[in-house]
Ligand binder design. Structure first.
Ligand SMILES: [Zn+2]
Length: 426
């Protein structure tokens, strides 16, 4: 059993971004956007409220050269993540991998769960409209093998050719300009099993993608095979690769590293999307516009400050305390409970993690602090990183960062389910 878990946790999806293309082609639009994103003064318009001004030190931002950063604000070019988001779904197959079952069945592996997942996680702020104007498999002109697609394949040349073929075969029936993002749901029999390697990938913020109906197909997720671990839960949890891939479309980086999910565990779908459902970190919800400024408590000044945080899964209230340690990094503090999308939480409490906007996607931009060291964790759910499952801090426990002199103590749990935390910083 543990061997199976190891095998399926290890494959990692790769996200390739305009950063790579821009560097290769000498295009600087995204890079310059990244530079302007560094300026804290850009956080709000002139005349911003004092609440916004208090948040300024907590809007950490990354340096240029980071392809996909945790920093605020998210670089331009990605799909918007609030309001009505229209997703075009195209189910494709190949002459050497003809569609298994119907295209409608393939679509139904991901919907309505994906739309529901975003509604729940965003507190209703993202209305995900999934459309599939072409009901049948869209047959590509070349065999799957001819595109040369492997795990980690770059956009050039295989994906560019595939996207060109997708446009060619569908454009008569699809108005691409109507959509914010595109999901290419590939027939599961094209390519290897997800138990062997995960091909699913997203190309986001890619303004150099082929054009159709006057727009580049800039934010496109490709989903392959089935993330079925054999535990019999595929129908409930197999869709979760799609919200993960769409997270990239909205500008979120990968939180797993080459070593797997050991830095964030099951506390964010950008870390682990196999197995039991889980939510996004509060930091990501702020980044996506699902939390208001008045739901963030910024501990930017020296001294002691108290913060009352309501569970992340419940709508309303203060969700996130943030303690900046530099212009580009800081500690986030939030309350995680078994509710909403967080169905596998086995130890509710205060989750504390470091966010570093200068660490790139897949390199560990977020690191969760484990309150209980090498305990082995509290979960036995398959595909949930066990060690960090009991990471949350309980009342009476204190997290300390010796280097920065910052400490976070959990004062207590209130009757309404909120937690009071005390931040001390030099
Ligand atoms: Zn990813």
């Amino acid at each position: 059993m543990s061997q199976t878990r190891h095998r399926i946790r290890k494959p990692s999806r790769t996200s390739v971004f305009i950063g790579i293309t821009a560097l290769a082609l000498g295009i600087t639009a995204t890079a310059s956007a990244g530079i302007s994103g560094r300026s804290h003064s850009a956080a709000g318009p002139v005349g911003a409220t004092s609440a916004e001004a208090l948040l300024a030190p907590c809007r950490i931002s990354g340096a240029m050269g980071v392809q996909m950063s945790e920093g605020l604000p998210t670089a331009p070019g990605y799909s918007r993540s609030t309001g009505e988001v229209r997703a075009l779904n195209l189910m494709i197959d190949f002459p050497d991998a003809k569609g298994e079952g119907t295209a409608a069945d393939r679509l139904a592996e991901f919907f309505p769960q994906t739309s529901d997942w975003f509604r729940t996680s965003s507190y209703g702020r993202l209305t995900y409209r999934a459309e599939a104007p072409i009901k049948n498999w869209l047959r590509m002109p070349m065999p799957f093998a001819a595109y040369g697609i492997e795990r980690g394949s770059a956009y050039e040349p295989g994906y560019r050719q595939l996207v060109e073929h997708i446009i060619k075969t569908s454009d008569a029936e699809v108005d691409f300009s109507r959509y914010d993002l595109i999901n290419i749901l590939v027939t599961p029999n094209a390519g290897p099993s997800a138990l062997d390697t995960v091909l699913s990938v997203t190309f986001s913020g890619n303004g150099e993608a082929p054009m159709a109906d006057g727009v580049p197909l800039a934010n496109t997720s490709f989903v392959y095979s089935r993330q079925d671990d054999g535990s019999g839960t595929y129908r409930e949890t197999g869709y979760r690769v799609l919200p993960h891939e769409n997270g990239h479309v909205f500008g979120l980086p990968d939180l797993y590293t080459a070593d797997g999910g050991g830095t964030v565990g099951h506390w964010d779908i950008m870390s682990e999307d196999w197995g039991a459902n889980n939510d996004l970190l509060g930091w990501h919800k702020w980044k996506l516009g699902w939390l208001d400024s008045n739901q963030i408590s910024c501990a930017g000044k020296s001294g002691v400050s108290d913060h009352v945080l309501s569970p992340l899964a419940v709508e309303g209230g203060t969700k996130l305390a943030f303690i900046p340690v530099s212009e580009s990094a800081g500690y986030a503090v939030e309350v995680r409970t078994r509710a909403g999308n967080d169905e596998a939480v086995c130890k509710p409490g205060v989750l504390i993690y470091k966010v570093d906007s200068e660490v790139d996607t897949g390199r560990g931009p977020v690191t969760v602090s484990d309150s209980s060291g090498a305990s082995g964790g509290c979960t036995r759910r398959s595909n949930v990183h066990a060690e960090l499952s009991d990471a949350p801090f309980r009342p009476g426990e204190t997290f300390t960062d010796e280097k920065s002199g910052i400490s976070v103590s959990v004062v207590g749990e209130l009757r309404n389910g909120s937690y009071q935390v005390r931040v001390t910083r030099p």
